[in-house]
Design a binder for this molecule. Sequence first.
Ligand code: 5AD
Ligand code: SF4
Length: 454
Amino acid sequence: MSDTPSKRLFIKTYGCQMNVYDSERMKDVLRPLGYGPTDRAHEADLVILNTCHIREKATEKVYSELGKIKTMKEQSGGRMTIAVAGCVAQAEGEEIMRRQPAVDLVLGPQAYHKLPEMVARASRAVGDRLETDFDTLEKFDALPKARQADGPTAFLSVQEGCDKFCTFCVVPYTRGAELSRPVDDLVVEARSLIAQGVREITLLGQNVNAYHGAAPKMEGGDEWSLARLVRHLSKIGGLDRIRFITSHPRDMDEDLILAHGDTPALMPFFHLPVQSGSNAILKAMNRGHTREDYFEIMREMRGQRPDIALASDFIVGFPGESDKDFEDTMELVDTVKYAVAYSFKYSQRPGTPAADMFGQVDEAVKHERLLRLQDLLKDQQTAFNLDCIGRTIPVLVSGTGKRDGQLHGRSPYLQSVHFNGPTELMNQIVDVEISAATMSSLTGEMVRVREAMA
Ligand code: 5AD
Ligand code: SF4
């Protein structure tokens, strides 16, 4: 293994946190081959675009970026290797090389462990250039167990894939069936991160609360739920904060709700996408739950942690969405009161059932509905942040701010917090008294440094 990288790797990541995690793992798998990261694409020997297929816009961005990288490849005298990874790779396969012949490799999300072999083959210009098989466990088994941590926070992928088949969504086709990683493997990966100074781990999964990982060597059953995994990880010394994203209302279990009340390391932030507030639309989306089910989960969650930050995803203009359906969404938002939310115009994805449904909504109507929804969500986000003024909040410091002497970190509610302090406070948990807030961040003054919980 070489310590000084002899080749430069540039990865650009699009889309969800799962892709952010996968990009980190691609770096891990390529490190032994002498690839070290660079943030300048034109200097790179290997450029990887880790892509997202969720909406049409995300996919088109990839092709326009590929156009730019092709020019860099020409300027490099052809030295550069270009790989397209992620969900566009899975969904479009060879079509990518047809649309952009400068691309050397195409590999889906379950094939990252094969990257070294594919890169070697590409440099010899022999063999397959396309790898889009579905074998998620093989991927995790083959990736290096040790992780390279980068700062005090890290992602840990616990579950991949989705069997829910929401009628608008490509994920079940690009990421395959739901699969949970075994508990043992996760504990090894978590310990490796914590040993390198990681204090906050975010457990990732497309339907993370559907987690049911094999735990043959553990006490208390052969299969563990997410709540059980969280409780176990919370006992590892040095790990102060645990989060998980993203959940599905159908997979909610009582113990996970209770854990928010009795496990201090589990942060008070809960992201539960609802997509729509109309029962008719939820049915057409094949979500498998009603708005009433959703209200009940959110009510119970607040019962355990009254201060919890609630988050969601919304789609406006799903086929057949009437004015009344949209008003139901507005009313749901008004009732729940979110700390943060992501909202999108419905985007027709080829091959998904909703793409062929009657009643596709006019672009102008989608646009107008999105603006109204986003106005309401922005007001709620601002109100949530303003409510923090005067409170003293623990902040995990992860970087410096834009201004001199300024530090940046995250509150338990995942808000961005800025305050002045020495850089020695990096990676520490610091109590900050909040003095000002905007929609996107908080500012305050340091009160004291907390000891690690361990
Ligand atoms: N159109 C618009 N938004 C979508 N999402 C998923 N598929 C689509 C689509 N076809 C949104 C959902 C999901 C988030 C990750 O992306 O809100 O929760
Ligand atoms: Fe897509 Fe629905 Fe699965 Fe989420 S639950 S990944 S929206 S199909």
